[in-house]
Design a binder for this molecule. Structure first.
Ligand SMILES: [Zn+2]
Length: 137
């Protein structure tokens, strides 16, 4: 029997966003059809030099999930007011402009790596606002 297609969801460990991510994926009819990789900063955690040790762990897990669960898509969900973005931002003012720059850089980097490693798989990049709205990048 052919296995059904699955997705992997990369998201942040921030407790405020767990129900939002869960309900979003449920609404998308993905319940029971995705594997979950939850780490500080989501794409920020697996791309910036601040969290270098985590990068390989993520890609190793993704590779394993591709083999085990027939993953065809990576859904990356970052969120506003992220502690990891604040760490990367350092001493600069943490305003919407600087925060967006950090999210965008992490999205650009993960997309680039992903397209190189998995040219035939799909990637979706999303950012959750504090009012629970989900923007596509
Ligand atoms: Zn976060």
């Amino acid at each position: 029997m052919k296995k059904k297609y699955q997705a992997m969801v990369l998201s942040c460990m921030d407790p405020r966003f767990q129900p939002i991510v869960f309900n979003y994926l449920k609404k998308k009819k993905l319940s029971g059809k995705y594997s979950s990789f939850t780490i500080t900063g989501s794409a920020i955690g697996v791309t910036t030099s601040k969290f270098k040790k985590w990068h390989k762990t993520f890609w190793d897990n993704f590779e394993t999930s591709v083999k085990l669960h027939n993953i065809k898509k990576l859904i990356v969900i970052n969120h506003r007011d992220c502690g990891a973005a604040k760490i990367v931002n350092g001493n600069k003012i943490f305003d919407k402009f600087n925060e967006t720059k950090i999210h965008r850089a992490s999205f650009d980097e993960i997309r680039k790596k992903f397209k190189k490693k998995y040219p035939r798989l799909k990637i979706e990049l999303k950012l959750i606002s504090l009012n629970k709205k989900i923007e596509n990048f």
